[in-house]
Design a binder for this molecule. Structure first.
Ligand SMILES: C[S@@+](CC[C@H](N)C(=O)[O-])C[C@H]1O[C@@H](n2cnc3c(N)ncnc32)[C@H](O)[C@@H]1O
Length: 442
């Protein structure tokens, strides 16, 4: 068996887990990359790109297959449709792989998976697509950007056609990994040295101090800087939560929906060993994830607790200087990193999530001391879960907006910062899509 078949077979299994068994792409891919540590770095990079690319372009890929196949994608055997999907991605978007190799490897995979009878079908569909790929056109915006129609129409209505197209285009671009330096554990020089010694290409964001972009590394757990807690994977947008919260030495902070802990660890880092951050989440599994991150960073001013944010914790009432409410949301701002989100989500989920967010905010606002701060954030892009919820919050509870002007560095400007919130848009702002709002308790 050739090396190419090996990598494609691994990609096939990963995609089957995600597309046919509803596994989460980031979880399945990370597990697989950890499992296949013995493969060469280039092979692992090929597998990641193939899996992520196939997911990013899935609607478009299915449209192409349906245009050239007598059997529609939905009616195909799961293995066959997955082989075709990952092969069409290579034909359309991986220039360095010759089309003939793509077709041959797909046929070998079909045979290996005991579909010898379908090898002619696989070969025929792929060769037909390969011959006609230069003339392909897209019937609508949804297929062009591989974005479900209901999201396209919601965004065009809320943000206009141009901004909406820019956002969708940005999700299809390759992303570097963004990390934040834990300065409590090392200086910038030490962190850069550790990364560069391991051959990582590091760029400083230039937008916010301590935020770096990493490229050309193998996998996260192989980086000494990661293992020693010198860095934390965290998008720029999510770093802004800690900046908006702006903790003072000795502050008591409650993060009510905190797993896997990125924002809390940032706040603990900013507190430099003083105060206490209590990170909560719904169940033991989630809290263990937070604890692993805390252990890796070795901070002592942070602890975890299993606590349902919908259930009032009497002991916390008016105890916190800061409450972080980074709430469960539809995740539309991070589809560039987790492309399966767009296919999982249904329009009605937004309404259910909006009401869950309101219920959580109603409970946890009571934990803020008078004069204390509540930060409400989501990693999504739609008015219902974000601006409308923030406005609703201000009407319901004794809080005033916290002026965020100047707190998010010099590059991020918006009239709304004065009113205590900002909607960050992917492709427009240099980060994931994210909503951030902050309030002071009267
Ligand atoms: C957006 S994530 C939080 C990310 C986290 N703030 C970070 O920076 O790493 C939302 C979290 O809310 C948790 N969650 C959902 N419902 C919850 C509830 N009722 N009580 C507590 N946590 C909940 C989820 O388990 C998930 O970990």
């Amino acid at each position: 068996m050739t090396k190419e078949t090996d990598s494609r077979e691994i990609a096939l299994d990963i995609l089957m887990e995600i597309l046919e068994k509803s596994g989460y792409s980031h979880v399945i891919l990370r597990q697989a990359l950890n499992k296949y540590q013995f493969l060469e770095k280039s092979e692992r990079a090929f597998i990641s790109r193939l899996v992520e690319g196939t997911l990013e372009y899935l609607l478009q890929i299915d449209y192409v297959i349906d245009s050239f196949s007598s059997t529609k994608v939905k009616k195909m055997k799961p293995v066959i449709r997955t082989i075709l999907r990952l092969s069409v991605y290579q034909l359309l978007y991986m220039d360095r792989v010759p089309d003939s190799a793509v077709c041959n490897e797909a046929v070998k995979l079909a045979v290996k998976r005991k579909f010898t009878g379908l090898k002619g079908f696989v070969n025929g569909v792929l060769r037909n697509i390969s011959r006609n790929k230069e003339t392909l056109t897209w019937p609508n915006t949804s297929i062009q950007y591989s974005m479900p129609e209901w999201i396209v129409s919601m965004w065009e209505k809320e943000y206009g056609k141009d901004i909406s197209a820019t956002m969708m285009e940005s999700f299809l671009k390759n992303k570097k990994t963004t990390v934040r330096c834990n300065y409590a554990n090392g200086t910038k020089e030490e962190i850069l040295k550790s990364l560069e010694e391991q051959g990582v290409m590091v760029t400083e964001s230039g937008i916010f101090e301590g935020v770096l972009y990493l490229d050309k590394y193998d996998y996260l757990d192989s980086l000494e800087a990661f293992r020693k807690g010198l860095i934390q994977v965290q998008d720029l947008s999510s770093v802004f939560v800690g900046e908006a919260a702006d903790p003072k030495p000795e502050d008591y902070v409650i993060d009510v929906c905190g797993a896997p802990g990125g924002k809390s660890i940032h706040i603990a880092d900013k507190l430099r060993g003083t105060g206490l951050v209590e990170v909560r989440d719904l169940n033991t599994y989630k809290v263990e994830m937070i604890q692993q991150n805390i252990d890796r960073c070795g901070f002592s001013n942070i602890r975890t607790k299993v606590q349902d944010a919908l259930v009032l914790d009497q002991e916390s009432i008016e105890k916190a200087d800061i409450v972080i409410a980074d709430l469960p949301c539809s995740g539309l701002g991070i589809m560039g990193r987790k492309p399966d989100i767009k296919y999982r989500l249904k329009p009605e989920d937004l309404t259910a999530l909006t009401s869950l967010q309101r219920d959580i905010l109603t409970t946890v606002q009571s934990y803020v001391k008078p004069g204390g701060t509540l930060v409400f954030s989501t990693c999504t892009v739609n008015k219902q879960e974000n601006e409308e919820n923030a406005r609703w919050f201000l009407k319901q509870f004794p809080f005033d907006p916290l002026d965020l002007t100047g707190k998010l560095g010099t590059e991020i400007t918006s009239e709304t910062l004065k009113q205590g919130y900002i909607q960050l848009l992917p492709g427009i702002h240099p980060c994931d899509g994210f909503f951030l709002s902050a309030f002071i308790k009267r």
